[in-house]
Design a protein. Sequence first.
Length: 221
Amino acid sequence: MSTTPESVQKMLNSEDFGERLSGVNQLRQLETATAFNMVQPAIGDENARVRYSAVSLMDSLGHQDLQTSLQLLRDRLLNDPEPDVQAAAADALGALKLSDAFEDMQRLYQESSEWLVQFSIIAALGELGDSRGLELLRDALASENPLVKTAAIGSFGELSDPRAVSLLSPYVSDPDWQVRSRVVQALSRIGGAEARSLLEQLADDEAEQVAQEATNSLASA
């Protein structure tokens, strides 16, 4: 049976949340503009799983109307009672580079006690590409959650702001080799003489994987 806008809309209108969830997933098979219009009511669905799936589609559908996407995602970011939906909204805002939401993301990071929300906001800042995120990423480096810290390191690399090199410098000797590996990746993206000097140190790292990554980066620079 072929998937049509009519068949999907019937599922989205169902009283059964499982049917609605399936309908959201089937939106991927429709033309983008049609899917964008149809997904919007599902973003406010009473069921958290349906909302999460709908919000998660916005990174690929939201380009149809960035202003509408900003309004929908900002509402879920700030007002949804479920942390995973808020996290998905942050992911989509970053993917769509909706920098008008930066202050909302900054405030929620500082106010939320949910590590998943904090992690998603920090990870999204790299994609967002807004230099205002530098200070927030610096704060995230001090997070007690190692996933938030490594996300910050990755986002520094995506921002490619030379000012980040001095902030990353202390983590060249971090006891966790996976953190040092992320530092290599970030420095490789940032570039410049200061970053190269740190990469030369990391090329002698005790962890073979870290040393190899740094060596490869230096060779390709």
